[in-house]
Design a protein around this ligand. Structure first.
Ligand code: ADP
Ligand code: MG
Length: 496
């Protein structure tokens, strides 16, 4: 049951291609000739095979990116023309929106309706937003007191970017890197996650169609410790842009330090989501459940620690359980599906182990708590809610990256601030209250790169995104993203 009859003929044809690396505008096989399996998580079957890149393939791609960076076709392309190229790519993505959405859905289990109406349109918006920035990267003039000088700054592209992205939002994560890197004038080698390379490979075809100069964008597929590590270690990569686990992020930072390569890291999270006693409970419940179960909980900013004021705790817990039980879990391509399977056998086992550890440590299951074979042959896990969770339990501390939430009561605001901030992570936080003072107070106090008040999981190309503490550093999206891909140069002109 491959589900191929449910997707567009162009998608069927694309999936079964011989997938190679995209280097200097050409499709090239791995030097070793090796391939790796790419699985469909809703069937556990091999969907297709993709080139398994290693150091020598990465080297070719970095060389192509370096050549393109220095080539007049890119260097002399004026900012307006760069913006036009990015916009043209966004238009092509728009024309192929359903295809791209189906590819992500097949490849990693994202519900099609989320891909088609949420994630892929967001990727297109982001590309357009960054197209606009190509003409707006300005410097400043600085009134210095050191003498009679005209002092000004300019922003220059950092050079060749090595970008490594995760499997949870394959196309969107690619665009978060490509958009600002290209708007800034960099060239790039992108390594998609081994679990979900297909939408990015399809994007490469659109990149050719948009007529980017060869070598400006290169894609190498492969495993993290092989292709990923080679990209991080390559001496000619000026900047590494990484989204993924905190563990791998730390190792990348170590390696990049050896040659002082620039790094930006968007890593894990264990985001607190606080429901105050005066919250609009109906909105708080549905928002908080979206906050944990969207994309099967495979979101770095998932609201996986829900703190509820004790006055409304029992009532909230009951309504959350009701919500979880009603959630439509099933085949991702089914337009009614709200939650799909988790991405892989490894992730499936990890999440089930976390559920088991929570039980053993004394937490109580109020909804779900098990695998879900009735949803299909894939890696389905029930939307799971735990109560009786202590702050020091594993499920309250570690990132699960699955549909599992810990719901805990709190007594007062000061207490919940301390508990919310007692985490090595600091990516996002949610607050539900009708009191304006409480809203702003919590927004000020929480250690998080983003705080949502009376909302969860809202994103915009113009709004910065990134973490405090071990959730990483650097801000993607908005004009902040351009800082990650440019160097500031300061110029002194002697006026004497
Ligand atoms: P997850 O555990 O969610 O898969 P990872 O951090 O392992 O997150 O993976 C995110 C991305 O980082 C993927 O593209 C993966 O291939 C890559 N990756 C994994 N290990 C390494 C590594 N040692 N060096 C560079 N990239 C890596
Ligand atoms: Mg896959």
């Amino acid at each position: 049951m491959t589900q191929m009859h449910q997707v567009l003929p162009t998608v069927q044809e694309f999936v079964h291609r011989n997938h190679m690396h995209y280097i200097h505008g050409q499709w090239v096989p791995s030097v070793s000739g090796q391939m790796m399996d790419d699985e469909n998580p809703s069937t556990r079957e091999v969907l297709t095979r993709v080139a398994r890149g290693r150091e020598e393939d990465v080297h070719q791609a970095v060389q192509a990116a370096r050549k393109a960076f220095q080539h007049q076709d890119w260097q002399q392309l004026n900012p307006n023309a760069k913006g036009v190229l990015l916009w043209r790519l966004a238009d092509l993505m728009d024309q192929h929106l359903v295809e791209l959405a189906q590819l992500d859905s097949l490849d990693m289990g994202m519900p099609l309706r989320q891909a088609q109406y949420g994630t892929v349109p967001m990727a297109i918006d982001h590309m357009r937003y960054m197209a606009g920035w190509a003409t707006k990267i300005e410097g400043s003039t600085i009134p210095v007191s050191a003498g009679k000088f005209f002092n000004y700054t300019m922003r220059q592209p950092v050079g060749v970017v090595g970008a490594i992205i995760p499997w949870n939002f394959p196309l969107l994560m690619a665009v978060w890197k490509l958009g600002p890197a290209l708007a800034s004038g960099c060239t790039i080698v992108l390594k998609p996650a081994e679990q979900s390379p297909l939408s990015v490979l399809r994007l490469a075809e659109l990149i050719t169609e948009a007529k980017f100069p060869p070598g400006v964008i290169n894609i190498v597929t492969g495993y993290g410790p092989e292709a990923g590590a080679a990209l991080v270690a390559h001496p000619d990569v000026n900047k590494v842009a990484f989204t993924g686990s905190t563990e791998v992020g730390k190792s990348i930072m170590h390696k990049a330090a050896e040659r002082m390569a620039r790094v930006s890291l968007e890593l894990g999270g264990k985001s607190p989501n606080i429901i105050c006693a005066d919250a609009n409970l109906k909105r708080a419940i549905s928002g908080s459940m979206l906050g944990i179960f969207m994309n099967q909980g495979e979101v770095c900013s998932a609201g996986s620690r829900v703190y509820v004021a004790k006055e409304i705790y029992n009532q909230a817990l009951e309504q959350m359980s009701e919500y979880a039980r009603r959630l439509k879990v099933g085949q991702p391509l089914d337009p009614r599906t709200q939650m799909g399977p988790v991405v892989s056998a490894e992730q499936y086992q990890r999440v089930l182990d976390y559920i088991e550890s929570a039980r053993q440590e004394g937490a109580s299951v109020v909804a779900g708590g098990d695998q879900m074979p009735e949803a299909g042959p894939g890696f389905y896990i029930q939307p799971t809610i735990f109560s009786n969770v202590q702050d020091n339990m594993t499920i309250a501390r570690e990132e699960i990256f699955g549909p599992v939430v810990a719901v805990m009561p709190f007594d007062d605001i000061e207490e919940v601030v301390v508990r919310a901030n007692t985490s090595p992570y600091g990516l996002a936080a949610g607050v539900w209250t009708e009191n304006v003072r409480t809203a702003h107070y919590l927004a000020h106090r929480l250690d998080a790169g983003t705080v949502w008040v009376n909302a969860y999981h809202v994103y915009d190309a113009a709004a910065p995104w990134g973490g405090f503490k071990e959730s990483g550093f650097g801000r993607e999206m908005g004009h902040y993203a351009l800082e990650l891909y440019t160097e500031v140069k300061d110029v002194w002109i002697n006026l004497q």
